[in-house]
Ligand binder design. Structure first.
Ligand code: F0G
Length: 359
């Protein structure tokens, strides 16, 4: 039986590697594209969810990390470093372990979901809590890369985007064509840039006939693309996208503009509502940041405009794909904080259990 061989082998023809390279894999990619009937009905479109929480470390970062790590190891790197809001560090830690090299991660102190922290610890990374935000961490990571013999594996490393573009390939391969609109959360802006690269490459090679509009959504308290400039104090419950100065600014702006798309913002409340909806109506548990895309679609449907006042609507019966970037199990604390957690306690008794179930 055929087993998925990871993104580097599956998409080798489209990547800057060859059969001669020692290609790493933990089985990343090949994630499900799940049709969402209730959401489709609500939006008057055909909506499919790309479930990136199914990757080995529970987020889309594995696609780019396997690529950056393969390049680093083939170049003889002994230690990799990254700044992270959590997922990149979990992924870097896992792939560095797999590659047999060291990994140090710079994390904004007190702003990392417990599950992500657990992953980095369990995979043996050196954790450094920085008394600042992600943008501060990335600045330090870049300077370390310039001054010390360490390899930077943040998405400013071009091999990260190379790996991440395979998400777009998988969507076109699954649908048999490009969607009309692709929606995703935007933080450091690497992923929207990578998807755009993937979609345009498939079009340019004649594999798909068109490219989608790219619709990105930020958290309202961390929305530099809405402000039109970097912001200094990003704040949001969606800690994964608590970023004020996105590194891939110009690539993301190009993805937005060249595709005729948009980058708008959603409130924390809208993010948490969309997270609940994905869990309770679609059947997919994602972390808060990952729900920004669905939150954004619902907001555009409701309000008919973006956060900058541009009139936009959801074209009837359009095919929309939404990348949900990370697994809900990474941050159960935030998920449970907003739930009424009063379980019914019963003695060891079938009748009491039946009564508690309303039977
Ligand atoms: N969703 C999740 C779950 C993320 O972890 C991130 C980024 C994003 C969306 C945004 O993607 O940065 O490519 O625009 N997390 C990074 C990290 C910053 O360190 O894990 P982006």
């Amino acid at each position: 039986a055929h087993q998925w061989r990871g993104v580097l082998r599956e998409y080798l023809d489209h990547l800057p590697f060859s059969e001669d390279d020692a290609l790493l894999t933990l089985g990343e990619g090949g994630t499900p594209l799940v049709h969402a009937p209730t959401l489709s009905e609500q939006l008057g479109a055909e909506v499919h969810i790309k479930v990136e929480g199914m990757n080995p470390t529970g987020s889309f970062k594995d696609r780019g990390m396997v690529s950056a790590m393969t390049k680093a190891v083939n170049d003889g790197a002994k230690v990799v470093v990254c700044a992270s809001t959590g997922n990149t560090s979990a992924s870097a830690a896992a792939y560095a372990t797999r590659a047999g090299i060291g990994c140090a991660v710079l994390l904004p102190e007190g702003k990392i979901a417990a599950g992500k922290m657990a992953q980095a610890v369990m995979h043996g990374a050196r954790l450094i809590a920085v008394q600042g935000n992600f943008d501060d961490c990335l600045e330090i990571a870049r300077k370390l890369d310039a001054a010390f013999p360490v390899e930077l594996v943040n998405s400013v490393n071009p091999y990260r985007l190379q790996g991440q573009k395979t998400g777009a390939f998988e969507i076109v391969d699954a649908l048999g064509k490009a969607p009309d609109i692709h929606v995703l959360p935007v933080g450091n802006a690497g992923n929207i840039s990578a998807y755009w690269m993937g979609y345009t490459e498939y079009r340019d090679k004649g594999i798909s006939g068109s490219v989608p509009q790219m619709w990105g959504f930020q958290a309202a308290g961390a929305a530099p693309f809405v402000a039109g400039r970097p912001i200094t104090d990003p704040e949001t419950v969606a800690t994964a996208i608590r970023i004020g100065a996105p590194a891939s600014w110009s690539l993301a702006a190009d993805a937005r503009d060249s595709s005729g798309g948009l980058i708008s913002a959603v409130s924390d409340e809208e993010i948490l509502e969309a997270q609940s909806l994905l869990a309770s109506e679609v059947g997919i548990f994602v972390e808060p940041a990952s729900a920004a895309g669905v939150a954004g679609l619902l907001k555009i449907k409701r309000e008919g405009r973006t956060a900058t006042g541009q009139e936009r609507s959801i074209p009837k019966d359009s095919v929309i794909t939404v990348t949900v970037t990370g697994n809900g199990l990474k941050d159960t604390e935030t998920a449970l904080k907003n739930k009424d957690l009063t379980p019914v306690t019963v003695p060891v008794d079938i009748n009491a259990a039946a009564k508690a179930m309303g039977l």
